[in-house]
Design a protein around this ligand. Structure first.
Ligand code: FCB
Length: 448
């Protein structure tokens, strides 16, 4: 099978997960610096202080990308490297870094795709209320505007936010991510501010008239499947789908929040402050594409386990699971893409993340033997291809991740890379999947 000619084969990373140099050259702290330095928050007490040391090694890393034949590279900007306190004074060294990174990518024929916000809010803004504070929307738009002006001549693909569901709910309801809050009301308010800031940033980008550039948002989406055919489980699946998927999809693609979920929150006495005009701004956002991060489906049943949404995830027996205990379910990617096509008016889509953590503990002839990851990717590429054949406007695929990195609350204990990192020596070692992916890119599809 051959993908279409301009299909972007890429891979993705995020600033805090790879850069390191946390306290160097004027970078300010982010909520992840603060959170990861609090005992017990991260497996093994890991932090992103050094991570893959990409800040110092980016030129070598770009060499690896080139060797792999990547057409695109999705990375995020560390907001507090540009504005150490989130607003006001800029840090020239941070600007220099991203300017050189972008130039080096382009010099090597790799198209940069920039994510503005991959969860690392400057701590100084957290100190004045973080994303729960409506002013943060404006600070984000100022930061976004600054970046569009700085890099917009060379960067033609932008996303505002990465996975606002995770930022809002893992960070402010479950508390397992920075800033570590456990407050439903706050989490829902944060989700509204994230979506509003997305819409406002898109508006600015369009006004700047970068006609050849594209801007979108990246959502983490899961097909939600009821565990049995009982009415209870069916209703539960609709609720969980509304909370995780529709809240964000409806907002950015239909300009409104789903009625059933608004009603559900109201019943929980959670009534987010939505100011007059907000929904018009959200509805007016004319983004160019949707970024989809797909990892696994969720099979759910009604249960008091989750106190608010009254559900529990069930792990189907006999299925294969990754090191994250996520079910390997390639078909879910197809289902998701078809659903978006049918229910959301067939937008342009990039798979902005898909990949898997496996053990990666076998080295054969200097290469990490990750047959499981290779099979995982191959299965998902097949489904993406089928979706394109069924009319989905899929324009590219960024594998998560270029290299093993700091997997948030799980630290360095989970490896998602195409390239293996020895975190003691910072040695980069090819995995079999990376060599295979190189062939896929060269052939513009899987042979046979
Ligand atoms: C996604 C995140 C990304 C990475 C993968 C495994 O939710 O966007 O940073 O952690 O999961």
């Amino acid at each position: 099978m051959k993908f279409h000619e301009n299909f972007v084969w890429g891979s993705a990373t995020a600033a805090y997960q790879i850069e390191g140099a946390a306290n160097e050259e004027g970078r300010g702290a982010s909520i992840w610096d603060r959170f990861s330095h609090i005992e017990e928050n991260i497996v093994n007490g890991d932090t992103g202080d050094v991570a893959c040391d990409h800040y110092h090694r980016y030129k070598d890393d770009i060499k690896l990308m080139k060797e792999m034949g990547l057409k695109g590279y999705r990375f995020s900007i560390s907001w507090s490297r540009i504005f150490p306190t989130g607003r006001g004074m800029v840090n020239q060294k941070g600007i220099d870094f991203y300017n050189s990174l972008v130039d080096e990518l382009i010099k090597n024929g790799i198209e940069p795709a920039v994510t503005l916000y991959h969860w690392d809010l400057p701590q100084a803004l957290e100190d004045i209320g973080g994303w729960g504070n409506r002013d943060t929307v404006d600070y984000f738009v100022e930061y976004a505007t600054y970046m569009f002006k700085l890099l917009g001549d060379r960067v033609k693909k932008w996303s505002t936010h990465n996975e606002p569901w995770v930022a809002a709910f893992a960070g402010n309801l479950a508390g397992r991510h920075a800033p570590g809050n456990t407050d439903l009301k706050l989490a829902v308010q944060v989700s509204h501010h994230l979506i509003l800031s997305h819409a406002k940033a898109v508006e600015v980008y369009k006004k700047l008239n970068h006609k050849d550039g594209k801007i979108g948002i990246v959502l983490d989406l899961h097909p939600i499947v009821p565990a049995t055919d009982s009415k209870e489980d069916y209703d539960t699946s609709i609720l969980v789908d509304g909370y995780q998927n529709r809240w964000f999809l409806d907002a950015v693609l239909k300009g409104k929040y789903p009625e059933d979920i608004l009603k559900f929150y109201k019943e929980k006495l959670v009534d987010p402050v939505i100011m007059p005009g907000d929904m018009e701004i959200i509805a007016g956002n004319s983004m160019d594409y949707l970024g989809v991060n797909y990892y696994f489906r969720k099979v759910v049943k009604r249960s008091p386990h989750n106190k608010i949404f009254q559900f529990e995830e069930v792990k189907p027996e006999g299925a294969e699971y990754t090191e994250m205990n996520w079910e390997v379910y390639p078909r879910g990617l197809y289902d998701l893409l078809i659903r978006i096509k049918e229910e959301y008016n067939n937008p342009h889509i990039y798979i902005t993340e898909n990949g898997a953590a496996f053990k990666d503990d076998k080295i054969v002839n200097g290469v990490v033997d990750d047959e499981d990851r290779l099979r995982f990717l191959s299965g998902h590429f097949d489904e993406a291809y089928k979706a394109i054949e069924a009319g989905v406007k899929l324009d590219g695929y960024y594998v998560w991740s270029l290299m093993d990195n700091f997997e948030w609350a799980l630290g360095y204990s989970k490896r998602f890379g195409l390239i293996f990192i020895d975190f003691k020596t910072q040695e980069r070692i090819w995995k079999k999947s990376a060599i295979w992916y190189k062939g896929v890119i060269k052939n513009n599809g899987i042979k046979g």
